[in-house]
Design a protein. Structure first.
Length: 496
């Protein structure tokens, strides 16, 4: 407690211990032990934030609001690092929680209603508002809009891995392929240089701890604005001469749906080598891609005598040279790998060496997929430990567990491990047809026949075992009910 600021003498403000105070009132106690301190507003708020973090039921958004209030109260004193040290968390954790405040309202509501996990919310919060709406829709592709998502109480989001893959594919842009200079501060003065922009992954490692590439831009609108500014700068000298260059995109013509009508797409024109090559030649400027801002000439006439025999998709000499260079490099790489494999094949011994056997076993295990990895861990009774990801989610590294187990196996156990790898996928039983029996030509059935394992006898034994367990549970329920009647306790009866 602390004396109430600007309050009457003898009045106090409760800083921490709200639940204890409420419990004491419910217990009708006249007094409780309390500590009174002289605290500033910042100190009082800090104590409240620390107490909230220690509670089990605090929502991450409410926790983030506490951190933000501290920074807003004294921005020079309370940095991310200072708050992290005070609450016993990492700076990346605090930075991620603060970012959750940037969620759009519909995403916040979905988060509060447990339709989104912390990992989902963190991935979405790192995006710009328009991209957040797209990402939220991507989490629930079966719903038409956010209202439908919030209305359905049983709505389930896609996995965080799928969401992250979509963000990397649709949102992230690599500045190393940008047509403009990322160091240029004058191209778009309100945005400044990309090198110091907090929306670049390399400039904000606390917000993007798992992104290895440091040149990724997460603001598509700003990126496009800079590309458009570059295009305007390149086209300005032509406009001053009275020429209005046509706007051309590198995208193919079949992607024109939803794009501006004043833009020409690949397949709607033919490139000319120079101005005046034919009477229909016009100047144009490229508006997207790595070559955005490039000035060239084109012909749109369908029956042009000069360009009628020229393909609309003809690459430039530089592009042709680059393609030949890439094709040569690809051919050299492929052939080199084949030669290396041939050399290894000739030196392989007649019997597996230990390193080769471990490599094959782990490679086979890695290709089985996550569901089979879980089946493997149960079959071998591996100790499964969950670890935290940088975005504060829980995950199990089955490959690391398998590597340690394989290295500890004997040669005979490794041979058995390989056989189990070939059979474990047959443990899957489709939920849409629970009566479906194991196929006779499956690996599991054929191996059972080869090793004289009677599958019918095993199934009968399991059926009797499972049925017996059900009967035992039923008998226990009846005996407990009878015992309750003997003691005069209420019993549960089925309602008709």
């Amino acid at each position: 407690m602390r004396p109430l600021p600007e309050g009457e003498a003898g009045t106090y403000e409760l800083v921490a211990g709200t639940r204890r105070y409420r419990a004491s009132r419910l217990a009708k106690r006249d007094s409780i032990p309390a500590t009174v301190r002289e605290l500033t507003d910042a100190q009082a708020l800090e104590l409240q934030v620390i107490e909230n973090v220690q509670r089990v039921d605090v929502h991450p958004l409410d926790e983030a609001q506490g951190y933000a209030a501290l920074i807003e109260l004294e921005p020079d004193t309370y940095t991310v690092e200072r708050i992290a040290s005070r609450v016993g968390r990492s700076p990346a954790y605090v930075s991620g929680r603060l970012r959750l405040i940037q969620l759009i309202p519909e995403a916040k509501q979905a988060f509060y209603e447990d339709k989104l996990t912390v990992a989902h919310a963190f991935e979405i919060a790192r995006l710009q508002p328009n991209d957040q709406r797209r990402a939220l829709q991507e989490c629930f592709p079966q719903y038409r809009n956010a209202a439908a998502i919030l209305k359905d109480k049983k709505a389930e989001a896609t996995t965080v891995r799928e969401l992250r893959a979509w963000i990397e594919r649709e949102i992230h842009l690599d500045l190393t392929n940008a047509p403009f200079d990322p160091q240029d501060e004058t191209l778009l003065p309100k945005a400044g240089a990309c090198a110091r922009c907090p929306k670049r992954t390399g400039s904000n490692p606390l917000l993007f701890p798992e992104v290895r590439q440091k040149s990724i831009c997460t603001d598509r609108e700003c990126y496009r604005a800079k590309v458009e500014a570059l295009v305007q700068i390149q086209a300005k000298p032509l406009e001053e001469k009275g020429e209005k260059p046509l706007r051309v995109s590198q995208a193919p013509a079949w992607q024109t749906n939803g794009h501006p009508k004043d833009v020409l797409f690949e397949g709607q024109y033919r490139k000319a080598k120079a101005k005046g090559e034919c009477p229909n030649t016009k100047v144009a400027v490229l508006i997207d891609g790595k070559g955005a801002g490039s000035i060239f000439y084109l012909c749109q006439a369908e029956k042009c005598e000069v360009h009628n025999c020229v393909t609309r998709y003809q690459p430039t000499p530089q592009e042709q040279a680059q393609r030949r260079k890439e094709a040569l490099a690809e051919r050299v790489e492929k052939l080199s790998r084949v030669r290396v494999l041939e050399a290894i094949r000739k030196k392989l011994p007649e019997v597996f060496s230990r390193p080769d056997l471990e490599m094959v076993a782990l490679d086979y295990f890695r290709r089985l997929g996550h569901d089979n990895h879980r089946r493997f861990s149960k079959l071998y009774a591996w100790e499964v430990k969950k670890s935290k990801t940088p975005w504060n989610a829980q995950t199990v590294d089955y490959e690391k567990i398998a590597m340690a187990a394989v290295q500890a196996m004997t040669g005979a156990d490794l041979h058995r491990f390989l056989v189990v790898c070939a059979l474990v996928s047959d443990l899957y039983c489709p939920g849409y047809n629970p009566r479906q029996s194991l196929a006779k030509d499956s690996n599991l059935s054929c191996t059972a026949v080869r090793y004289k394992v009677d599958t019918a006898t095993v199934s009968a034994s399991v059926r009797a075992e499972v049925s017996g367990k059900k009967d035992v549970r039923t008998c226990k329920g009846k005996s407990a009910n009878a015992a309750g009647q003997r003691r005069g306790l209420p019993t549960h009866k089925k309602q008709k």
